[in-house]
Write a protein that binds this ligand. Structure first.
Ligand code: CUA
Length: 345
């Protein structure tokens, strides 16, 4: 039988043990399994928001432990027993009323002050040294333009680590919401209006992102990537991207299938919507260097020959309602187009 002293010792450590178990459970949530977590900040903005979350959680835990502790104590220590006298009545006790008004007001202040400060801080605009990116929402993909670099691209936001990036964001059609889970918060985008969002990536890597405002039937497949590169890798990417598209038709070393694909890209009408030039935006996603992207179909299919073929042949099967039409292409035409697009590295 547990001694009275042991019981008291256990009761003493119970809150700390509970907290330790909860922390271990939270630590077991692998970021690989849940890549759209906000609990692993990888940029200054996300870190600010995470600090607010942790501050709030800390105060909520203190409140929970104290209130639940007092409740349990009351349940067991002061429970009604046969023949017990009425408990002491505390209604109208001025001191108690003052104390339980001041304590919540203090806790709310401890949460509200840093929250409001962070809201004001994250609503500012960074200085001219920031890398400027125009973000434009479309049903159902995101366009990224770098005015300082003369680059237009889609679905993969490339940024240099260690440098503040300022996103000036709008939409070409309906309201969308831009979100970089591990890097920054969410911002809705509205037609003919610009909202901004800034962050400085602290790590390199390729991370998922997702539109977070219902924007039509394929809202769930309006995904994208944020690719953070070392500054020198970013500069190399930008310099390479700025080259005009490679003309395979006049390249004697190009394989015939790729040349054939380039021909179909024009003759089958792909060029009507998709630009192959670094700074030319058209109605559909810019496909310059599409071969080097990790995903296609707005971040929803990995960029493999098989997925690209499936996507080109039956876009409506994967994304019903998408503007990309079913062109009725033959298998060998699709095969050649895949070869051409994949060759655009
Ligand atoms: Cu765009 Cu939801």
């Amino acid at each position: 039988m547990m001694s009275h002293q042991n019981g008291r010792r256990l009761a003493h450590w119970a809150p700390a043990l509970t907290l330790a178990v909860l922390v271990l459970m939270a630590a077991a949530c692998s970021p690989d399994k849940y890549p759209q977590t906000t609990l692993i900040p990888r940029a200054d903005y996300a870190r600010e928001a995470d600090t607010i979350f942790r501050t709030t959680l800390l105060w909520a835990t203190v409140v929970f432990v104290l209130v639940e502790g007092a409740l349990l104590l009351a349940l067991f220590k002061f429970r009604n027993r046969p023949g017990a006298a009425d408990p002491l009545q505390s209604h109208g006790n001025v001191t108690l009323e003052i104390v339980w008004t001041i304590i919540p007001a203090f806790i709310l202040a401890m949460i509200a002050v840093p929250t409001v400060k962070t809201i004001f801080k994250t609503a500012t605009k960074p200085g001219p040294d920031a890398l400027q990116v125009e973000v434009i929402g479309h049903q159902w993909w995101w366009e990224f333009r770098y005015p300082q670099l003369g680059i237009t691209t889609a679905s993969e936001l490339k940024v240099p680590s260690g440098r503040t990036v300022n996103l000036e964001m709008t939409t070409n059609d309906v309201v969308h919401s831009f979100w970089l889970p591990q890097f920054a918060g969410k911002r809705d985008v509205f037609p003919n209006r610009y909202n901004n969002l800034w962050f400085k990536a602290e790590v390199e890597g390729n991370f998922p992102a997702q539109c977070v405002e219902f924007c039509g039937i394929q809202h769930g497949r309006m995904a994208y990537r944020i690719v953070s590169l070392k500054p020198e890798e970013f500069d190399a990417w930008a310099a390479n991207f700025n080259q005009p598209p490679h003309d395979f038709s006049s390249d004697s070393s190009a394989i015939p299938l790729v040349k054939e694909g380039q021909g179909y890209f024009t003759s089958k009408g792909c060029v009507g919507c998709h630009s192959m030039y670094p700074a030319l935006p058209l109605i559909g996603p810019n496909l310059h260097h599409v071969g080097s992207r990790s995903y296609i179909a707005a971040g929803t299919l990995t960029n493999t020959d098989e997925n690209l073929a499936k996507w080109i042949q039956h876009p409506q099967a994967w994304k019903q309602g998408v503007l990309m039409p079913e062109l009725g292409l033959k298998d060998d035409e699709v095969h050649a187009l895949v070869a051409y697009l994949r060759a655009n590295q």
